[in-house]
Ligand binder design. Structure first.
Ligand code: F0G
Length: 378
């Protein structure tokens, strides 16, 4: 790499990459697993098969170190917790936050306490929390109960909250928007994203806003410091579209949902903590919220995995699912440039992927049997 480029030869994570756009100082310890810098993949087969005239890219956040977008927020939250002398962190989680908290706590030499809803965490995510040595507290309640308990316990025990109500989380997550604008050389026309606790849509809106020199009300930490305010990367922001699972869609009901239910367990959330920020992102951008059914989101997960070779978890497929539907209906016009966040890797929840599939055949260990099986598919 030539010395004129600003990127280090060895990518060392998003805090080093975007140090001048994040609320860190030279004395902030960097707790990183080289997160960020994820691929923005253009879909080539699906638009052609569906006969739709749009440019769609997916931001494949499943390729972060713990296989979800949470690593972006967690590097910031744990670095700032370390700066403030914390020895322990705590979060409520539907699985991915707990995996990221566990890994970054291990990296920082801290203890992670994670509250998860009993029986509602896919095996991949649970395995991560256990593998990284987190103290896993399975509660007899859902994510919203866990979130309430985390806020209460942080007032009574020496633990730093690393859920997205911690503003450093959104600061880390905004960097995905920077990467998208840098990769495209412009902002997309539409950015489509799954919404659960509503932190990520809020983080992207901060990022897209800063990239074009706008200050948002939510951007208090970087207010006046962000170099993009003087030298914007782009001159516009995308329309933000937030999609939810229809059994867990408080933004569509316009009130909290008391018993959220969806197979997309990552977004099985009824009382989103970043309610106002998410509304601001959608309203300021001229966007909307919409909902998709479990059948629709699972069909999109399979379509993407088989049609493009990109495997995301069920909650992640919600963004593409909604985007494709809105393109077909014309709500998103032909000719648009669309980006969709794929929030987590499909391997997080292998049970869902193999559910109801008859893709595995057992054959005798003989040439004739293997040949016959191959020829039956050609
Ligand atoms: N997609 C995945 C894979 C997630 O894990 C989450 C949230 C979301 C989308 C929604 O993002 O909450 O910022 O609106 N997972 C959290 C967790 C709640 O505990 O892992 P959001």
């Amino acid at each position: 790499m030539s010395s004129s480029t600003s990127r280090p030869v060895h990518y060392t994570g998003l805090i080093d990459r975007y140090r001048d756009r994040l609320p860190v100082s030279d004395t902030t310890p960097t707790v990183s697993l080289n997160e960020g810098d994820t691929p923005l993949i253009q879909l080539i087969n699906l638009p052609q098969q569906m006969g739709i005239d749009v440019d769609i890219y997916v931001k494949y956040e499943g390729l972060n170190p713990t296989a979800s977008f949470k690593d972006r927020g967690m590097t910031m939250a744990v670095s700032k917790a370390a700066e403030q002398g914390a020895k322990a962190i705590v979060c409520a989680s539907t699985g991915n936050t707990s995996a990221a908290a566990a890994a970054y706590a291990a990296r920082a030499g801290m203890t992670a306490f994670v509250l998860i809803p009993e029986g509602k965490i896919p095996m991949g995510k649970l395995a991560q929390a256990i593998a990284h040595g987190a103290v896993v507290l399975q509660i007899k309640g859902n994510f919203d109960d866990g979130m309430r308990l985390v806020k209460e316990v942080a007032g009574e025990a020496p633990v730093a909250i690393v859920n997205s109500i911690n503003p450093y989380r959104l600061q880390g997550q905004k960097t995905a928007a920077f990467e998208i604008v840098e990769a495209l050389g412009r902002a997309p026309d539409y950015h489509c994203i799954p919404v659960g606790n509503a932190g990520n849509i809020s983080g992207y809106w901060i990022g897209f806003s800063e990239a074009c020199g706008h200050n948002t009300a939510s951007c208090t930490l970087c207010n006046g410091q962000c170099p993009y305010l003087d030298k914007p990367l782009t001159d516009k922001r995308p329309v933000m579209v937030g999609y939810q699972a229809d059994g867990a869609a408080p933004f569509l009901r316009d009130c909290p949902v008391t018993a959220p239910e969806t197979l997309a367990t990552a977004i099985r959330i009824g009382n989103p903590q970043s309610w106002d920020l998410a509304h601001a992102a959608v309203n300021e951008s001229g966007g909307w919220f919409d909902e998709v059914s479990d059948d629709e989101l699972l069909a999109t997960q399979a379509l993407l995995a088989r049609g493009e070779g990109v495997f995301c978890e069920p909650a992640s497929a919600v963004s593409l699912c909604g985007a494709l539907r809105d393109v077909k209906s014309g709500k998103i016009p032909a000719g648009s440039l669309i980006t969709c966040t794929l929030t987590g890797h499909g391997l997080k929840d292998p049970d869902i992927a193999v559910r109801g599939q008859e893709a595995v055949q057992t054959v005798n260990a003989e040439l004739s049997a293997v040949k016959a099986a191959i020829l039956a598919h050609i």
